[in-house]
Design a protein around this ligand. Structure first.
Ligand SMILES: *Cc1c(COP(=O)(O)O)cnc(C)c1O
Length: 340
């Protein structure tokens, strides 16, 4: 099977497993796991923040951030495709008791002026208190689209003006940075908190890190425990993440090249009507004649290629380190002769 459902399907390489096996560990709930501590400090420093918190998933890092930034009854501004709204089990609403307000977006990216217009008047007692803005870079439902840092800086000004916190769902921030050439310091600057996944394109089996101020992370640590995310000898996992940072960041552009190769080939597949512009490792395409994505994907599965349903007639494929160029060429050959 050529599995292009997600970049989360990657398995740890033998060298990564070796690094994990050799990890120095301790009880992380006691703050005594040296490998976890090193990973948290490393990512915090890299993004110019004071502290970090290692968590089992990006859903948890996002949800902890939302919980610390808000109070029940507050409102969170995001766009309708946002992971924090769609794919986190209703956590924003259930765990933190917040409503969400959508702003219009172009493939996941919105404008400062639309954020400003979405802020509720603070003196209107009948409105929810607007408290937090969440940006997702790269944008998953936007087809791996990347943000312009200048627009984020303008959003930051709006947040400062209204006393709002700004959180980055940076599940794939390393993919975005591999393309825009900006540094982690630059991306770290406008945000109060950032969620970073090591288990996506970076290839670690488990783990996300939340970074922010020392005070924020202190509060986040309690929420992590409350949500059951306090792990013990988690250094085994953190070592995989450290290995990913050392060895897999540099290869993300290979995944982007494979995604562009796939997108170019899809233009020649009769069943495909249109393909979203490709900037990173995500390829989203629409099928012609309202062909059902489920039907298309079943056919494809029978031929040995996996993708995921992203809408009634929309498919997502994600490139990653476990499918090399030869594998992509095989997938493309199968796509080109698929008959639905
Ligand atoms: C994958 C992902 C997350 C976190 O997902 P987990 O599976 O919980 O680690 C968060 N945001 C985006 C945009 C993602 O793609």
């Amino acid at each position: 099977m050529i599995d292009l459902r997600s970049d989360t399907v990657t398995k740890p390489t033998p060298a990564m497993r070796e690094a994990m096996a050799q990890a120095e560990v301790g009880d992380d709930v006691f703050g005594e796991d040296p490998t976890v501590n090193a990973l948290e400090a490393r990512l915090a420093k890299l993004f110019g923040h004071e502290a970090g918190l290692f968590c089992p998933s990006g859903t948890q890092t996002n949800q902890i951030a939302i919980n610390v930034h808000t109070r029940p009854g507050d409102e969170v501004i995001c766009e309708e495709g946002a992971h924090i709204y769609r794919y986190e089990g209703g956590g924003t609403m259930a765990t933190s008791g917040c409503s969400v307000k959508f702003v219009p977006a172009d493939r996941g990216r919105f404008k400062a002026e639309d954020v400003a217009a979405a802020v509720n008047a603070p003196d209107a007692a009948y409105l929810a208190r607007t408290r937090l803005v969440v940006v997702e870079n790269s944008s998953n439902r936007g087809g791996g689209s990347i943000w312009d840092l200048a627009e984020v800086s303008r959003i930051k000004q709006v947040c400062d003006h209204h006393g709002l916190a700004l959180h980055l769902d940076g599940a794939r921030i390393f993919n975005a940075m591999a393309e825009d050439g900006r540094s982690p310091q630059e991306w770290g600057a406008p945000f109060d908190s950032i969620s970073i996944c090591l288990s996506k394109g970076l290839g670690a089996p488990v783990g996300s890190v939340l970074v922010g101020s020392s005070e924020f992370i202190q509060q986040a640590r309690r929420v992590r425990k409350r949500l059951g995310g306090g792990m013990r000898q988690a250094g085994i996992l953190a070592a995989g993440c450290m290995y990913a940072l050392d060895h897999h960041v540099v290869r993300l552009r290979d995944d982007h090249a494979k995604a562009k190769m796939l997108a170019a080939a899809l233009h020649e597949v009769p069943a495909v009507e249109s393909v979203l512009p490709v900037q990173t490792n995500i390829v989203v395409f629409n099928l012609a004649n309202k062909l059902k994505a489920a039907k298309f994907l079943n056919k494809l599965r029978a031929e040995g290629v996996l993708g995921s349903e992203f809408g009634p007639s929309t498919v997502r494929m994600v490139t990653h380190m476990d499918v090399d160029v030869a594998g992509m060429k095989d997938a493309i050959a199968i796509l080109k002769k698929i008959d639905v």
